[in-house]
Ligand binder design. Structure first.
Ligand code: CAA
Length: 258
């Protein structure tokens, strides 16, 4: 792959979008390579957490590739949006948690990618925004649907109507970002959290992700039904036995993912 780097350390995988000369903008090739990378990740049995970041110190992802957008017909634009939406949805429903490590501009499709992840850590130089309206277009990779879930509908609309950009501390104050770190410590902090997740019971974490992500779109009773179904399923797992026994015996559990 030309623009996507994947590496694995223990149970933690890291995807880096590396197209620095265009601030990691998402052209067709980047989207295809990311999809290919996801084919492998989805099949992997030994990953428990994923990190996604951008190469260089200036951008996470500066959006969809505007030079490619220029050439699109309405039909091709529909296909392009579908491709991006499908890809980001795969991140959202992936069985393992994904942390976005936002190290600079996260604009347009870059912001949409970050908010399709489970949560975001950002460096102090991060900038978030959906500036599509300045190009005469609108967000097409899920921004109109997901941003409000992070910051509330009125704030999301204001950001999209005005192309307002948020610095890391403002984004944190609005609940878009979980933690702000120095640029030097961002990856270390993200890896620390990823490794904490990777050492806890993976089947339980998948169940929590499923119940939280799917439950968010349900009303309370179907949501509670989903929760108790997944809760009860966990009582079939060896990890449940391991965790409960370790507590009773005052030991540290070693989860096996079964
Ligand atoms: N697409 C293609 N190329 C991009 C790009 C993008 N989204 N963002 C930056 N680049 C390129 C620039 O064209 C430039 O390339 P050249 O050196 O060949 O001219 C290079 O990256 C560096 O960018 P700048 O010189 O502009 O850097 P800067 O520091 O002056 O500004 C920036 C940085 C504020 C992020 C500015 O690049 C910018 O505004 N980028 C566009 C952001 C944007 O509008 N994103 C939304 C895209 S539309 C979208 O994403 C739709 C959707 O929902 C799917």
């Amino acid at each position: 792959m030309q623009f996507i780097k994947f590496e694995k350390q223990g149970f933690v995988g890291s995807i880096t979008i590396d197209r620095v000369q265009a601030l990691n903008a998402l052209n067709n090739q980047v989207i295809e390579e990311l999809s290919e990378c996801m084919d492998t990740i989805e099949k992997s049995k030994d990953l428990r957490c994923l990190i996604i970041t951008g190469a260089g110190d200036k951008a996470f992802v500066a959006g969809a590739d505007i030079k490619e957008l220029e050439t699109l017909s309405p039909e091709k634009a529909q296909d392009f949006a579908m491709k991006g939406q499908r890809l980001f949805r795969r991140f959202e429903v992936l069985e393992i948690p994904i942390i976005a490590a936002v190290n600079g501009y996260a604009l347009g499709g870059g912001c949409e990618l970050a908010i399709a992840c489970d949560f975001i850590y950002a460096s102090t130089n991060a900038v978030f925004g959906l500036p599509e309206v300045t190009l005469g277009i609108m967000p097409g990779f899920g921004g109109t649907q997901r941003l409000a879930r992070y910051v509330g509908l009125a704030r999301a609309k204001e950001m999209m109507f005005t192309a307002k950009q948020l610095k890391a501390d403002e984004a944190q104050a609005l609940g878009l970002v979980n933690k702000v770190c120095s640029p030097e410590s961002l990856m270390e902090e993200v890896k620390k959290t990823a490794s904490k997740i990777a050492n806890l019971a993976p089947i339980a974490i998948t169940a929590i992700k499923g119940a939280s992500t799917q439950g968010y779109d349900l009303s309370i009773d179907p949501g509670l039904h989903l929760e108790r179904t997944l809760f009860s399923e966990l009582f079939r797992s060896k990890d449940m036995q391991i965790g409960v026994k370790a507590f009773i015996n005052k030991q540290k559990p070693e989860f096996i993912g079964e």
